[in-house]
Design a protein around this ligand. Structure first.
Ligand code: PLP
Ligand code: SF4
Length: 338
């Protein structure tokens, strides 16, 4: 995500835009407004930092924050902080070496049997720790001729069985567009599974529309959805209901989290997150060690603490509620367990 990321297309007639697109368009993008909504004092540094990777947070997500709490774990995930501008050794613009894995513009082939399309640079929320916060979406954009290039690459490699839609957030695209893309992908006979990685079901539960369920369940490709929540308070009643609808439609839903200092680096928090996910019909999948992306060093939890936390949650939860603690390493064909 960067400043050149495509802007979410506007409907000319706002009345006809689905509710979720209106909610997306009404997301808060000015730190001063966010802080005022939470009864917190203005922070000039948040304004200048937001220039490089803008603030974006849906109003429904803000409603889950605690007013007056500057250390609120949901607020810390989105509020730009001057500390992001400090260079830290080992923290890079492309920490996972994705430029080297680009098989066609916007098509990453770095995992065996799976390829990943970054269909859009737009997201419903901007997460300060995002490992793609400096990703070159403008060039790595699989639309127009690039789309044909991506399809040709996928069609030519019969070892590929799964296509992952990632981003950005693929669900920030309209359902009609996604349905078209998926139909073209489903025409490639060796593809079996369609995986969607999205934070929208958590940050904007209105996104779970009937149209979405239609194209996800109507394809020849077996769907699997990986959502992204880091803290139990992200899962309120609306989010739980939306996630349950996905489950009721027969779509397996998994969650990945990032271990974040000051946000979820406590065994109680991680256990409560797993419990809340299961209530919503979602299984915890990954707990990621932070990718060393420029601007996110202040969220890092060292490996020794991560292991100790993991040991603690494993001793407290049933096995199926324990996510895998992993790190992604540039050039490796799969995640590395810690
Ligand atoms: C790890 C990862 C994948 C691949 O996941 P596996 O479940 O290990 O195949 C895809 N997309 C993103 C964003 C990931 O972090
Ligand atoms: S939603 Fe995902 S891709 Fe978008 S900013 Fe957050 S972590 Fe990054």
């Amino acid at each position: 995500m960067n400043k050149t990321a495509p802007i979410i297309p506007r409907y000319t007639d706002a009345e006809h835009a689905p509710a979720w697109r209106r909610a997306l368009a009404e997301a808060v993008t000015r730190p001063a407004e966010l802080l005022a909504l939470l009864n917190l004092p203005e922070e000039p540094a948040a304004e200048s930092t937001a220039d490089a990777f803008g603030l974006r947070v849906p109003r429904g997500f803000i409603a889950r924050m605690h007013p007056g709490d500057r250390r609120d774990p949901l607020l810390l995930q989105v509020l730009p902080d001057a500390i992001e501008c400090q260079a830290v050794a080992g923290y890079l613009a492309d920490p996972l070496g994705e430029a080297a894995a680009m098989a066609a513009p916007g098509l990453l082939h770095k995992y065996r049997g799976r390829a990943l399309l970054t269909l859009t640079g737009a997201c419903g929320i901007h997460c300060r720790y995002c490992f793609r916060r400096h990703y070159p979406y403008a060039e790595a954009n699989p639309s127009g001729q690039h789309w044909d290039q991506a399809l040709a690459y996928l069609a030519a490699d019969p070892s590929l069985h799964e296509i992952i839609l990632s981003g950005g957030d693929p669900l920030s695209l309209p359902d009609e567009r996604l349905a078209e893309r998926v139909a073209e992908l489903a025409a490639i006979p060796h593809l079996r599974r369609l995986r969607i990685h999205s934070r929208l079901p958590v940050v904007l539960p209105e996104r779970i529309t009937d149209e979405l369920l239609d194209w996800l369940t109507g394809s020849r490709l077996r769907p699997v959805l990986v959502v992204h929540a880091n803290h139990p308070r992200e899962i309120d009643a609306d989010v739980r209901d939306g996630l349950r609808r996905l489950g009721a439609a027969g779509i397996p839903v998994l969650n990945q989290s990032v271990l974040l200092r000051g946000i979820n680096d406590a065994a109680d928090t991680l256990c409560a997150l797993s419990e809340a996910l299961f209530e919503a019909g979602v299984l915890p999948y990954y707990l990621h060690q932070l990718d060393h992306v420029q601007g996110a060093a202040h969220f890092a939890v060292d490996d020794a603490r991560a292991r100790a936390l993991f040991k603690e949650i494993r001793s407290r939860l049933p096995g199926y509620l324990v996510p895998r603690l992993v790190r992604e390493q540039a050039g490796e064909p799969a995640k590395t367990p810690l």
